[in-house]
Design a protein around this ligand. Structure first.
Ligand SMILES: [Zn+2]
Length: 407
């Protein structure tokens, strides 16, 4: 008998939690909003809403922010989400650098720090570096760790988000590393993990270029090339967590050897690394290009910027960029012909450092290659979150847990 009562209490509790989340989600998406409107939207009774709002106010999640229009009687009090009521920690792990940030409940980055990953010093060091950066951030913002809802983290490499394992990352030199468990061990927050391309796609879908669409594909054109599809708010993973390896479709038979072991992959002819290597080789062979200033030791995105800049003056550099634009355009067209998305978001330093040059070339090739293109209203747009896409996407993993109705 006692057990039954206990179960009933637990059920009531979980029902109340579910309703609180629903109400909070409605307020988050519609602030400022009156209690009557919340009741209409959630189909919960006015009495239930009054009780739930009381709990949310007590916990500082919701505050009164004015009055709405009167519909005859008293003007209704309007309620808004307090975006600073809780925070979310996000981290992106790249082989050279870890970025850790704290965001409020609306996806705004409040503060971020960057630290060296020091992969060469071993796994333990990487997670120690993360924990130190996380601690310094929490202290800098004077936050109480218990008010941080969780950690969302992204890693570059092939990733199994179900197991929380980095299956393979050539850049880290890691195989089957249980990164989620290691993050929980190193910092103790509820933790969600994802591959970096998929995190970028989630960020752009919820907070960037994809805000108004249902289905989209995000293609990252960087040192490597990867893609991720978001369908109805969720990232598609594939049966073996390897969806989106567009960088390893074959672009030229018997082409250059790729880091994956195959030959002629798209990455070997159209990635940022491939473009830089090609220009370097030409320089080593004694060729000279107008307007090209490539200082050694610069990071890849700045070298790419220098090359794109020179493409305005030098015909041969422009030809190299056109060749890459053609490869990338064909790849994007293949993606659209296959998966029929509403929107393709192009991101990564190749896109952002080239101004409109590369995206225009890609769009031109795509328009020629689409099957029944006139019947598709597919848009191709540049990402709007830039370097923050993966970070905001990683935070989205926590928001999705806390706001289960996140749209
Ligand atoms: Zn490959």
């Amino acid at each position: 008998m006692q057990k039954k009562q206990k179960n009933q209490t637990a059920n009531l509790q979980s029902m109340q939690n579910l309703n609180i989340n629903l109400v909070l989600d409605v307020i988050r998406n519609n602030s400022p909003i009156s209690q009557a409107e919340i009741s209409r939207t959630t189909r919960l009774s006015p009495g239930t809403i009054t009780n739930l709002i009381k709990i949310l106010k007590k916990n500082n999640f919701v505050r009164e922010t004015g009055f709405g229009q009167s519909s005859g009687g008293r003007r209704p009090i309007l309620l808004s989400l307090n975006p600073e009521a809780r925070h979310v920690m996000a981290a992106t792990f790249f082989a050279d650098e870890i970025t850790v940030a704290l965001l409020n409940l609306l996806g705004d980055i409040k503060k971020e720090v960057k630290v060296a990953a020091e992969v060469e010093k071993g796994e333990t060091r990487v997670f120690e570096n993360f924990a130190r950066a996380a601690d310094s951030l929490v202290h800098a913002l004077h936050l109480d760790k218990k008010n941080i809802l969780g950690l969302g983290a992204s890693f570059e490499g092939i990733f199994d988000p179900g197991k929380g394992t980095l299956i393979l990352s050539n850049r880290f030199g890691w195989r089957n590393v249980p990164v989620r468990d290691l993050l929980i061990k190193s910092y103790g927050l509820k933790t969600f993990v994802e591959g970096d391309g998929r995190a970028m796609a989630l960020g752009e879908y919820h907070y960037g270029a994809g805000k108004a669409v249902t289905n989209m594909v995000c293609i990252d054109m960087d040192s490597g090339i990867g893609s991720a599809a978001v369908l109805n708010g969720s990232v598609y993973h594939g049966a073996f967590s390897m969806e989106g390896e567009i960088g390893h479709i074959q672009a030229t038979p018997n082409g250059p050897k790729c880091r994956c072991g195959k030959r002629g992959c798209l990455e070997t002819v159209a990635s940022g690394s491939a473009l830089i290597a090609r220009v370097r080789k030409a320089l080593e062979n004694g060729e000279r290009f107008k307007g090209l200033l490539m200082k050694e030791g610069l990071p890849e995105h700045l070298l790419a910027r220098a090359i794109f800049h020179a493409a305005k003056e030098d015909e041969r550099i422009l030809e190299m960029v056109e060749e890459i634009g053609c490869h990338l355009g064909l790849a994007v067209a293949n993606v659209i012909n296959y998966s029929d998305p509403e929107l393709v978001v192009l991101t990564g330093y190749m896109i952002h450092e080239s101004g409109e040059l590369l995206s225009n070339m890609i769009e031109e090739v795509v328009r020629k290659q689409l099957v029944a293109g006139e019947s598709r209203n597919v848009r191709i747009e540049k990402g709007v979150l830039g370097d923050n896409a993966a970070l905001i996407g990683a935070a989205t993993l926590v928001y999705q847990d806390f706001f289960p109705y996140l749209s």
